[in-house]
Design a protein around this ligand. Structure first.
Ligand code: FES
Length: 193
């Protein structure tokens, strides 16, 4: 039906223009140049990480369309990737995005209890952000470290063999860093690309 209301998060965030800074564009062009002519789409994952960090901390439709234009691919190809991987955010998130693994091996080793503890400690439900904007809690599928279960990732860092005490220590450190205004967030574009 033509007049059916569209509620998808990708809808309704249009009409802004975006452009990477000159310094970032140099990095972006180097990444694209790694791939043979006609295979520039292979640069999509790193470009989305960079776009997410450079723009508003998440991938709006405008940002994804901009990346599609850079790679000369269809926007739908970008949407498909951005909606598949949990590391890409379609809405604004806190400074620290906690991704707790909810897949079988972690669940068996106490992952569910760790997720419940994170909710209690942060006083938010999974999917929410703390009122101070410091933490967003997400539950994700296997993070690829099943042998160290239970596992969570915060921004670019991995935390393994989680316990309540360990979670307390990690969150206390990140909260303290935020108070001291130390950069608590390492960037994908500095760390990996
Ligand atoms: S099941 Fe949690 S890291 Fe694989």
């Amino acid at each position: 039906m033509l007049d059916k209301k569209i509620n998808h998060p990708l809808h309704g965030k249009k009409n802004k223009s975006f452009c990477f800074s000159d310094a970032t564009m140099v990095k972006v062009q180097k990444i694209i140049a790694r791939y043979p002519e006609g295979r520039q789409k292979s640069a999509l994952l790193p470009l989305l990480h960079i776009a997410q960090e450079e723009f508003e901390g998440y991938l709006s439709v405008d940002v994804m369309d901009y990346v599609a234009g850079l790679l000369n691919i269809q926007p739908i190809e970008v949407y498909e990737v951005a909606t598949f991987y949990s590391q890409y955010y379609l809405d604004s998130v806190g400074k620290n995005v906690i991704e707790i693994c909810r897949t079988g091996p972690c669940a068996i080793c106490g992952g569910e209890k760790m997720q419940q503890y994170l909710e209690k400690r942060l006083n938010i439900k999974t999917g929410e952000t703390t009122p101070d904007g410091l933490f967003t809690l997400k539950a994700v599928e296997c993070l690829g470290a099943c042998g160290s279960a239970p596992v969570m990732q915060i921004n670019t860092e991995f935390y393994e063999f989680l316990t309540k005490e360990k979670i307390d220590q990690i969150l206390d450190e990140l909260t303290l860093k935020a108070k001291e205004e130390k950069p608590e967030k390492s960037l994908w574009k500095e760390k990996f690309f």
